[in-house]
Design a protein around this ligand. Structure first.
Ligand code: SAH
Length: 356
């Protein structure tokens, strides 16, 4: 019999499981708290339950773990980048960052990505599968265990497109914020999207309180479609309309992510077009020096980012430059996983070559 991954179950689902097992309803809350507050890794540790129940749970359910395949600690600041191995042998990346207001974690939502953004390392080898709610939670729990700290805020900006795994991401949000569970306020959570318009609207309608970050990268449809294929389906006008809707429904200001790329999106005309597009909107622009990836020749000059920021500010657009953390370990997001895949492929090739 296949075991159910118990970390992905909501409290209501656990309650119906308990009912099926002839247990009182409050057992579900006890188990939920062992899993999400005390974050135990085995049923044996749930000492408030009878031995018999623990054994029954062990038969029916499993508590998965992630294996730390690599851990890169920055020598410049306190940033730590993890390459986690999932139970099925796939890899994802998670980054722990230190801000003045506490510890922030950047988590992945998919193995690979199907969005095809030109500058992004996560999408080059395509899409493998969605992460389960449990696999998103485990990136937090395993990192806390390893680093011995409490995570204060979360960004969904690792590998994958969160809005392309909408159902699991929403289930994850509900588990994460449940008062009998981990109990993180969703005001401390930011979800980043390349612009899946219908999902942005759906998220607004759920009124969860998460902050929305949109990867804009160009105000101009022709250019944006070249670097981000998603724009062919959901052009800039529709995307910004969905952002206005998000603000009107939730009262949360939207952040526009803008990776500054030399020769692509940082001329004076780009600044002007961006300012025109964003006029009257409750948003702010976050400029990111593009992270070079091996497969492409995209790059940024520091002075272009600064000039672009000044131009935007002079046009009345609030723009900040993203602080670069862990620059010594910041292989572009997705690069570590790709490297792991390659070295694994090589190892397998060598193994089969060495076979008699
Ligand atoms: N798929 C989501 C979230 C993951 S990417 C999204 O597109 O928003 C997180 C952020 O990193 C996005 O803003 C993305 O555009 C940006 N990004 C990806 N590759 C980058 C690179 N090489 N340099 C700078 N930013 C990059």
């Amino acid at each position: 019999m296949e075991q159910t991954d118990i970390l992905s179950l909501s409290l209501a689902e656990l309650e119906s499981c308990m009912k099926e097992m002839g247990q009182p309803k409050f057992r579900a809350k006890q188990i939920f708290s062992w899993l999400h507050q005390k974050q135990v890794t085995s049923f044996a540790e749930m000492t408030s339950l009878s031995l018999q129940l623990r054994e029954k749970l062990q038969e029916k359910f499993c508590i998965n773990r992630l294996n730390i395949a690599r851990r890169l600690a920055s020598s410049i600041d306190d940033t730590v980048k993890y390459l986690y191995e999932l139970p099925d042998g796939n890899f994802v990346e998670t980054v722990l960052m230190e801000y003045h207001h506490g510890k922030s974690l950047c988590i992945s939502t998919q193995v690979g990505c199907r969005m095809g953004c030109q500058f992004c390392a996560s999408t080059i080898a395509g899409f493998v599968r969605n992460l389960t709610p449990a696999e998103m939670l485990l990136q937090i729990y395993e990192t806390q265990r390893d680093a011995g700290c409490r995570i204060d805020s979360l960004v969904l900006m690792g590998i994958g497109e969160p809005m392309d795994n909408f159902e699991n991401v929403v289930t994850f949000f509900r588990l994460l914020s449940h008062p009998d569970g981990f109990g993180m306020s969703l005001r401390h959570v930011t979800v980043s999207t390349c612009g899946l318009v219908p999902r942005i609207r759906e998220l607004a309608d759920l009124h969860l309180g998460v902050t929305l970050s949109v990867s804009l990268h160009s105000p101009e449809n022709r250019r944006r479609s070249e670097i981000m294929p998603v724009n062919r389906k959901y052009p800039v006008e529709e995307l910004l309309e969905a952002c206005r809707y998000y603000f009107s429904e939730t009262g949360r200001r939207v952040t526009m992510e803008y990776a500054v790329i030399e020769g692509v999106n940082c001329t004076r005309q780009d600044a002007k077009a961006l300012a025109d597009r964003l006029a009257g909107m409750q948003c702010h622009v976050n400029l990111i020096p593009v992270n070079p990836i091996a497969e492409r020749s995209f790059r940024t000059l520091r002075r272009s980012v600064e000039r672009f920021q000044q131009e935007l500010e002079s046009l009345g657009v609030h723009a900040t430059i993203r602080r670069t953390l862990g620059s010594d370990i910041q292989a572009a997001c997705g690069q570590l996983r790709r490297d792991a895949g390659k070295s694994l492929e090589n190892a397998q090739e060598n193994e089969s070559r060495n076979k008699p």
